[in-house]
Design a protein around this ligand. Sequence first.
Ligand code: GLC
Length: 557
Amino acid sequence: MSLLQKIENIWTQIYGNEHDEMLHSFVAELQNFKQTHAIGPLPQEWYREVTVYSLYVDLFNHNFQGLEDKLDYLQELGVSCLWLLPILDSPGRDAGFDIKDYRKIRPDLLSHQPQDEVFDRFLQRAHEKGIRVIFDIAINHVSEEHPWFAEARKSKDNAYRNYFHWSPTDKKYEDARIIFYGIEESNWKKEGDEYFFHRFFDFQPDLNYENPQVFVEMTRNLMYWMSKGVDGFRADAIPYLWKEEGTACENHPNTHRIVKLFRAAVDFIRPNTLLLAEACQQPVEVVKYFGDGDECHAGYHFPLMPQLYKALELQSAEPIVHTLSQSITPNIPEGSQWFTFLRCHDELSLELVYVTEEDRKYIHDHYCKNPEWNFRLGQGISARFAELMDNNVDKIALMYSIMLSLPGTPVVYYGDEFGKQNDHNFYKEQIQLTGKDDTRFLVRGRIDWEQLEKELAQPESLSYQVYHRLSRMLKIRSQYPLFGRGDIQWMNTQKKQLLMYQRSLENEKILVVQNLSNQSVVLEQSSAQWSILTGHNYEFNNQLSLNAYGFVWAILK
Ligand code: GLC
């Protein structure tokens, strides 16, 4: 079946035949667009071989020019894909996830130059350095300042009214949980004599995908950016697209159909443009966003992340091995990929959707070291990675070793490569600006490059030590495609504090041994065939001893 036929079929499954005219003109538009733009495909599965670095353009280094100036820094660090946190025009009350114009970049990021010039040049420079670029696009909701909502709120008969969900009461979709628990009290906000639905902040009205025009418009936005040459999109808050009374309004079958439609359109215009699912859900639910290889190409492994922290605190490999076992993490379709992370721009999320109450409490009790870090009343911790690790370089390096050597595409959050600390001043500043007490702003401060450069010249500084350990691992990783594409074989050492596995692809094999405890441990297995690639806190002379939090990566001769 051709992609266009697929679009027609799925569209009809969702919308019936009522909007056939719109469907036909949409299909014609796709064909036209493809012909006019003729954008060559991206390499297949490129996202399985990269290391991602996520950043806010303004907080990282002021604007696109500033980011361009730091491409050498990023290349030197060893990353090969940038995930730009929201860059589109926005009042910035949810750090840009409240978009008011999907084709326009925020003016402050452009230093008074024309958008096309700045962005095209930036993309070209990044691509010349072998760095791919994806960015965030919120498809579930818009800013209340978006022109569609500005129109829709005017009157009940406004042509844009139906782009959003309205109700005469706030009692509809009562089974939909409140995601920003403790910050928002309802999923409805009064506007005139009706209420509109919002799954996140009350300034982010949810789009109504029951109206196919919404899907068409959003696809046009993706097409626009594909024509500019972006390598992919992070599909923010993807599980919530379709609402239905009597359901949790999450992971609805029609949400999956809409995702399939987006994917087919993206594949038609430019194959291998990445769609990355942001679905804070159990792996069994997240794998559904890979479809049969016809939804998203990749998805974050949300449940793994907190288990890495639990394993470290418990000094036991079990939570990691268990989470990645088939019983929790089902296989994903050929060519798909998990994205893994230690920290991101959000809190260390402990949503009960994928963490047990017991684990939530355990992780929160051990890692929420300051009441200010609490997010969503115990369902998350807002803190920078280094602070969660008590600024202990050994722990930091060990956690990076785990993330970088397990299956998946790893994501490094800007600043965490040098042990950036929480930014209390930035948090306070943002509370003032946004009017919401959102502790996630603690982890979103600006980089002080002058200071950083000084620290990176001092071998005894935390920044230097973290940066060099991470950078070494990133570079090794980039030389071995087996990390991104290979299999994993777990090795049982009979010592619960040891996390050991073999990664392999074709004839190449790398062994990884990691000590999750604060005590030395000796590995009794023979290691005569090993050639050590990197490691930390270890002694090796035909037998391996790992000191506290030590690890090695070894290639099998
Ligand atoms: C995603 C983003 C988060 C944002 C939310 C609403 O979860 O990661 O930062 O607040 O969507 O857009």
